[in-house]
Write a protein that binds this ligand. Sequence first.
Ligand SMILES: *Cc1c(COP(=O)(O)O)cnc(C)c1O
Length: 456
Amino acid sequence: MPFPVISPRQQHSMAGSAVDFKNLSCEGQNNYLKALRSFPGQAIVDLSALVGNMRRMRSLFAPAEVMGIVKANAYGHGLIPSCLAAVKAGCSWIGVAKAQEALAIRRGGIGPGMCRILAWLANCVWAPYEEMIGEDIDIALGSLDEIEAVAKAALRAGKRARVHIVVDTGFSRNGFLEGSFGAALSLLKKLSGEGKVEVVGIMSHFSSADAEDEGSERYTDLQLESFSRFAKRAESAGFKGLLRHIANSASSFSRPLSRLDMARPGNSFYGYAADYALGSPQDFGLTPALTLEAQLAKVKDVDAGRAVSYGRTYKTEKETSLAIVPLGYADGILRTAGGSDSPLEKAGAPVRVLTSCGPKIARACGRVCMDQFMIDLGAPMESLGVMEGDTVRLFGPGAGEEENEPTADDWARRSDNISYVIYTNLSLKIPRLYLNAKKELGEEGLSLLNPECVLS
Ligand SMILES: *Cc1c(COP(=O)(O)O)cnc(C)c1O
C-alpha cells in the first residue's frame, strides 16, 4: 500500500488535529483518511493514557486489587481496546453492568486466561446465565429469584457458577437489604453445598463518594459501616475469604480504607476525576484518553445582532464569523452545550480552533441541533485564517479551556453535566481511532482490534 497523496487544503484541514499525520505509518495514514471520509467527527483514543492510568491506580491502591470498569462501551472509549489496555497494565479483573457486555468481551477474544469478568446487572427471566457460566463470567446476585435462576443455569451448564453477593448499603438500587440478607445467605449456603454456586465476593456501591460536603462524607461512612456488617454476617454464615469490594473512582482516591480487597474505578481509568469540583486529572496523576475532533462543515461572516439556531437563544455581539461543527445531539452532543444570549450568564462549551495566530477557543452558540451546532469564532474568518474543512477539537487531554485545551470536564461544566455523560453519550457512528495500539498491545492484542481503527 503506497503512502497517500494529500492536497495542501487537506493538509491545512489536518493542522488542528491531535493526530500527527506525517509521522503515522502508511497504514495509519490510510486509516485516518478513510475515517475522515466516512464521518465528519473522530474519537481518538490514546491507549498509552489508558495503560498509564491503570498502572498508576494499581500502584496507588495496592495491596487492593483493581477491577477496570468498562461498562457502556468502556465509557465510550471502545470495549475491546480498553479491556486490552487494562489487561496490559496488569489488571486481572474487568467489570461491566450488562451481561451482554461481558459476553461481548469473551467473544472479542479476551478469554478467562487474560482476566476475570464480573457483570452486575441482569434480570432473572431473560439473562443469558448459562452462556455466562460457560464463558467463565462472574455473576453478581441481587435477588432471591436471581439466585435460583443462576443455580438452574449452572445445572444446565454442568458447571458451578461463580457469584458475588450484592448488598444494598444505602444506594437503594441493586442488592439485598439487611432484612432479606439472611434468606439469601441460607439459599446460597444450600446451593453451594449442592455444588451449583461458588460464592467468591460481596459487593456494594456508594451513592455520594464524589461529594465533599459533610452530609455526603457521613453517608459514605455509614455505607462503609453497613457493608462491613453485611460482610461479617456472610462470614459468620460460613462464607470465608470473600472478595469485598465497594469503592468507585472517587472513594478509591479519597478514602484508602474503602478500597478493601478490590477497587472498582471507572471514570479515573479514562483519565478524569469523578467530579470536576474534586480536581483536574493532573491533580490525580491521570491523563484523559479520548480526544473528540470534527471537521468544520461551513464557515461564514455575519453581522452583529444575528440570532443563532432554534429559539434564538444566542445573538452575535459584534461582526464575527460562525462555523458549523457537524456533530449534534443525535451524535451524542448534549443539547444544553450551547451558550445563551448573555454569555456571562452561560457561556457555551469550548472548541479549540487553530487560527493563523495559533489555537483559540470558540464557543458553542445557540441550541445544539440534531446533527450540528454552531460556534462563534469571534472575528471575521479571513482575519483568523479559518476555513471550511478545518479540524477542530471539542475536548482532549489538555490543561483546560483557559489554556485553549478544552477537556470533557469543561464540556460537563458548560452543559450542566458530568464528564461521564459527555463521553458515554458519543454515538457509535463516530469512528474510534487508536493511538499507541502497536506500542501497548503487542501482536496478540492487535490481532483482536479492527485493523482499520489503528492509527499507530
Ligand atoms: C460504574 C460503576 C463503578 C465505577 O464508577 P466510577 O465512578 O466510574 O469509578 C463501580 N461499581 C459499579 C457497581 C458501577 O456501576
